[in-house]
Design a protein around this ligand. Sequence first.
Ligand SMILES: [Zn+2]
Length: 626
Amino acid sequence: MGETEGLKTSVDATEVEPESSGIDTTIQWPQWPRAVSGEQRARLRKSPALGEILIAQNLLTPDRLQEAIEQQRQSRKRIGLILIDMGFASPDTILDALSAQLGVPPTRVNSYTITPEAIPCLSEKIARRYAAVPMLKTGSALVVATANPLDLKALDDLRFAAGCKIQTMVGLENEIQAALDKYYGNRFGLREEEESGTVVVDLPGPQLDLNDELAQKSATSIVDRIIARAVADRTSDVHLEPTKHALRVRFRIDGAFHEVANLLPALAPAVAARLKVLSCMDIAVHRVPQDGRFSATVNGRGLDIRASTYPTIWGEKTVLRLLDRTALQLSLSSLMTGKTADAFGGLIRRPEGMILVTGPTGSGKTSTLYAGITELAELGKNVTTIEDPVEYWLPGVNQGQTNLKAGFTFARGLRAILRQDPDVIMVGEIRDPETLETAVEAALTGHMVLSTMHTNNSVATLTRMLEMGIEPYVLTSAVTGVLAQRLVRRVCEKCKQPTPIPENLKPAFGGNLPKTVYRGTGCPDCRGIGYRGRTGIYELLTMDQQVRRLLYAKASEDEIQSAASDQGMATLREQALELVREGTTTLDEVIRVFQDLGSPQAGQAGRSKPRTRRASRTSARLERPV
Ligand SMILES: [Zn+2]
């Protein structure tokens, strides 16, 4: 028996005889469902669109339909729901029209039409996967409401999962989702085998009040709301922090923290459990940190979410990192402009050498490297990476991920890549001498190696490498350039106001005071933050004769710095102050990014905050008295 035959029998209406089941049903059947057959699918192809049906029945005007179609382009919701939302049609009108279009009886989906005993006939996982609500169990069939009654593959899977025949009715998507949350969601998704991997959130973002008591009734709805609100606020990381008295919710927006809600502390375990289920973590494990990921569709927009837990004294803290692929800039020209862009673009296109991108966490290093290697992959080069972890999947790039448990470290990954005939290698981060040595070797043997280091500026990166045991002549042959970078928040254009320059900060501008500097006062556009969006600043040091000579001579960082300035390299701090001068950012922001403005004579900004003991000794040695 062929596959189509099997599919056909699975939904063959002749096998279902509801009249003989003798069950009193609260569902009013206007007509008994016909079989979903090949002919019916053909019929659907020929059948008029929902809008046309409504117009033909004088239930909708063409103008209103047009208006709804415009709306649909933005929200990507089903046209029926949009017509209901806009008040152009009632739910019953839409359902009747859908029924006429699909040849399947309509049903409202709510507590009056659902027989609770039918719910266990489908597991939550299956019900959610196919957005199908079990409505009623008759003698030999399960009546299921779905928005896609003609999806044969779904029907076949539902039949298999329920172990009986499936009778479909067409329901409204929003009512189906609400019913799924109501009948399955209340149990806080605590069963591990159920639903993991993906979440669909369809909530209007900006009006979300996370402290809404109703929302706090279920962990599922609170998680949905947090994700929806986070996306609406352009959040990069969501922190869910259990404290003694509350579950604190904080968002990182453009690099800065904002507290958005304090939820009932009793919610914390259920919220953590829900997120662990979604990201395939072990929900029974509470005392060990875990990590995982899941994808979410928020109001039609897809994003990847990386989740991690950390056991604190008040419970498990969860951090969600939101990776929005649409926001990722995959070309260097969208990140940087002018001389720096040309020079950096030229360096990465060379056949060999080593380029390091440096800066603290959250300074945009990964974005820069990703944009760079995407361009190289487009040129047809073989690009292979070893990352910890892979943040975005890049087209045309062979991306690998470290696995410490299995002993798959950066150094080991790098040696493996070298056996894979690469042109370009990206190493997520150089932290240890072993990785550094292997990377340098690769750069000296005809490969372009791109990596990051955790140093404050470009010159410090070179001295750090010398400290890690690389000989100056090796370093100067391998490294072709170092790019230091920071992300600086842009002041909100809608609410920026001139503000006086504090007396103690005036020396930072070195005698050339800007006429006006600004600060954001906060408005609806920036959610009261005063900033909106970020811009990158870049300091590119290229290896030239002069820098080489100074490195051989074991010159101080300041000497190398002034040689680089002669090259025309503007320091990060100079560029940040230039942004203040242009009115792109604020003095407060520059202080936040660099911790300290200091005076122009203090040398490079940021050196006052070394990362490691090793670096700390160097800084102390190299720090010039001010
Ligand atoms: Zn504003």
